[in-house]
Design a protein around this ligand. Structure first.
Ligand code: KIV
Ligand code: ZN
Length: 516
């Protein structure tokens, strides 16, 4: 990388990624992901939006206290109270950044903020100056820059740099731009703003038209040196530019890009699985870089070519993004130290010996049912342990489900709710339907089932089924997860997990809600 510029990788999985409906994460889950991102050498981790809720504040604070090698960033609207809260949350960070933003497009200024361009400009400058009281690492974003007038963008960017911002972010908030045009916008701003050499230019692209990665890369070709992205492209609506696509394109096409990131790409698959596991958002099989089919060659001609020379059909090596090392197999003869060591390599640590013992006991149970245990199984097992540890309001004690040709399926369930054992039963259209009805008759959440998905974690009929259940109540959406070699039991676990989340959590403020 000697004569190449640095491309700063700013990961916003924990902030914009968490804005995907149902993707909310607990503090411990955020810490686990943050540690995996740090291990992957992400430069900046946007850990959350501290003013949104006490939970968000605590998560940003906890990540700031844990992470030492990456910069930890907190989001703040251009408001004193947001900035003060972000400054407070980041107080203990080894390296902290405040990211403040205000909308600059005519539609947002008129309809959402109800402010004139001059008022927006004044507020932006005030916000950057206030953020500088807490840290000398301040990022300013012109929200909806992709639909803003270029003259106004140039003026506000110049003023933000003068006020002390050292990173300027140009977001395509609604995913409206196309690559050549977005690249031109970035290069025009850099050219026209007189003090542009005093800041790093960044981009933050949404994927509404499937162009987030292309738009980000076009900006890089036009001078941007920070890309904001998320693992698996998670994020608001259609998501953000995906970290793995951006990083691997820049690296694979080093003949075209004059920069490279410092990322350890061999951690990509591990991070992808971790985020998928925690959020319950499966990765589509044909997803670039991290989909299970990304390096699978089905057609005979392709297989023949790859056997003769890998480069005939492969532009990257699977092991370079962490696929090969992700296939380690364990079994029922594997001991406790091998189990712990493998989990550590996967970025999974336990807060107590008791938690490790519990996970190891469940690993042995699983090894009795399943011959080979893959990394995917271990990650699912650990997510299951943390789910149980954190949400003990409702727990599954036992279940019996009958499914017979010509008969209506029935489910009998025994749960503890707040420590009290209760039993219930129900019939249903199928065994899963009967199970969900029986659980709902006991916990009475009144929520609506929005999504039910089953995903085989590995291949073979003894594979664990990983189930995601999405429930909605009063506008709040949660994703519950469960894994088991029996998919009806996995479904019950996922439903109970979702019930616990819906009964525990509270609604959070949304960064794009205005509030000025
Ligand atoms: O999409 C967006 O504009 C954002 C900003 C807060 C950077 O997420
Ligand atoms: Zn965004």
């Amino acid at each position: 990388m000697s004569n190449k510029d640095s491309l700063i990788i700013f990961d916003t999985t924990l902030r914009d990624g968490e804005q995907s409906p149902g993707a909310s994460m607990t503090k411990d889950e955020k810490i686990r992901i943050a540690k995996a991102l740090e291990k992957m050498r992400v430069d900046v981790i946007e850990a959350g939006f501290p003013i949104a809720s006490p939970g968000d504040f605590e998560s940003v604070q906890a990540v700031a206290r844990t992470i030492t090698d990456s910069t930890v960033c907190g989001l703040a609207r251009a408001l004193d109270r947001d900035i003060d809260r972000a400054g407070e949350a980041l107080k203990d960070a080894n390296s902290g950044r405040i990211h403040t933003f205000i909308a600059t497009s005519p539609i947002h200024m008129e309809q959402k903020l109800r402010m004139s361009p001059d008022q927006v400009m004044e507020q932006a400058v005030k916000a950057v100056k206030r953020a500088r009281r807490y840290t000398d690492n301040v990022e300013f974003s012109a929200e909806d820059a992709g639909r803003s007038e270029i003259d106004f963008l140039c003026r506000i960017v110049e003023a933000a740099i003068k006020a002390g911002a050292n990173t300027i972010n140009i977001p395509d908030t609604v995913g409206y731009n196309v690559p050549w045009q977005f690249g031109n916008t970035v290069s025009e701003i850099i050219e026209r703003v007189p003090n542009s050499d005093q800041a790093i230019f960044s981009v933050h692209c949404h994927n509404d038209l499937g162009l987030a990665t292309s738009n980000s890369l076009s900006a890089v070709l036009n001078g941007a040196r920070q890309v904001e992205c998320t693992i698996n492209g998670l994020g608001e609506r259609a998501g953000n530019a995906s970290l793995e696509e951006v990083v691997m394109t820049v690296r694979t096409r080093s003949d075209i890009f004059e920069c490279d990131s410092n990322l350890d790409a061999t951690q990509i698959v591990t991070c992808s699985r971790l985020v998928s596991n925690i959020t319950g958002f499966p990765v589509q099989p044909n997803k670039a870089v991290v989909g299970v089919n990304a390096f699978a060659h089905e057609s005979g001609i392709h297989q023949d070519g790859v056997l003769k020379s890998r480069e005939t059909y492969e532009i990257m090596r699977a092991e370079d993004v962490g696929w090969a090392q992700n296939r380690m197999v364990m079994g029922k003869h594997s001991g406790r130290s091998a189990f712990r060591a493998r989990l550590e390599e996967l970025g999974i640590e336990f807060s107590s010996e008791e938690e490790l013992n519990d996970a190891f006991r469940r690993f042995k149970d699983l090894a009795d049912k399943k011959h080979e245990i893959f990394d995917e199984d271990l990650q699912a097992l650990v997510t299951d342990v943390s789910i149980r540890a954190e949400n003990e309001l409702v727990n599954l004690i036992s279940m019996k489900v009958c499914s017979e040709t010509g008969e209506t399926p029935t489910a009998k369930i025994v749960l503890t709710v707040d420590g009290e054992e209760i039993a219930g039963e129900s019939t249903g259209g199928g065994p899963v339907d009967a199970t969900f009805r029986a659980i709902e008759s006991l916990v009475e959440t009144g929520s609506e089932l929005q999504l039910y998905s089953v995903n085989a974690i590995t291949s073979g009929t003894d594979a664990q089924g990983e189930v995601t259940v999405r429930l909605e109540k009063g506008g709040r959406i949660v994703n519950g997860q469960g894994a088991d070699t029996d998919i009806v039991i996995a479904s019950a676990k996922a439903y109970i997990n979702a019930c616990n989340l819906i009964m525990h959590g509270s609604k959070r403020a949304h960064p794009q809600s205005g509030g000025v």
